[in-house]
Design a protein around this ligand. Structure first.
Ligand SMILES: O=P(O)(O)OC[C@H]1O[C@H](OP(=O)(O)OP(=O)(O)O)[C@H](O)[C@@H]1O
Ligand SMILES: Nc1nc2[nH]cnc2c(=O)[nH]1
Ligand SMILES: [Mg+2]
Length: 154
């Protein structure tokens, strides 16, 4: 990835609120399924904004074989059903591998993300922010504040 897009907590919350607005009216939903782990963060905001107390997780691990990134995904935990009446939420869609698996598992759910890159965007029902394919999204939960030395040091 040649570029970087840094996301702060307040911007993330703002975008997740915008995503929640796209999911109104809240009464049409039974609950939220977060794609763990990245989806846990927008799921908390959506659950709060829409007053949805039923929150589930689907736990998926994408892993590498010895030499290259694999398309295979390992599902550790998944709620039963076809997703009808549920919002399935992830933080972002990149290649679309995770999204394809989610769509297969929950064909009747509304699948949404905060960020989408072009390769994955067609697989998402709603998202908020377009990000170029060559750009790595740095999420706030992966970052920390650190000291930056002044330009002019004695
Ligand atoms: O469109 P894709 O290429 O599949 O990438 C998108 C997925 O990658 C990240 O999760 P990751 O697998 O890094 O795990 P995590 O959510 O547990 O951090 C992100 O949270 C999405 O779930
Ligand atoms: N944090 C982060 N995780 C990813 N997983 C796949 N693409 C990305 C990305 O751009 N940022
Ligand atoms: Mg993830």
């Amino acid at each position: 990835m040649s570029e970087k897009y840094v996301v702060t907590w307040d911007m993330f919350q703002m975008h997740a609120r915008k995503l929640s607005e796209k999911l109104l009216p809240a009464s049409q939903w039974k609950g939220v399924i977060a794609v763990s782990r990245g989806g846990l963060f927008p799921a908390a905001v959506i659950s709060r904004e829409l007053g949805l107390r039923h929150v589930e997780t689907v736990c998926i691990v994408s892993y590498e074989d010895h030499y290259k990134q694999s398309d295979e995904l390992r599902v550790l935990h998944a709620p039963e059903g076809d997703g009808e009446g549920f919002i399935v939420v992830d933080d972002l869609v990149d290649t679309g591998n995770t999204a394809r698996k989610i769509r297969e598992m929950y064909p009747k759910a509304r699948f949404v993300t905060v960020f989408a890159k072009p390769a994955g965007a067609p697989l998402v029902d709603d998202y908020v922010i377009d990000i170029p394919q060559n750009t790595w999204i740095e999420q706030p939960w992966d970052l920390g504040l650190s000291f930056v030395p002044p330009l002019a040091r004695k």
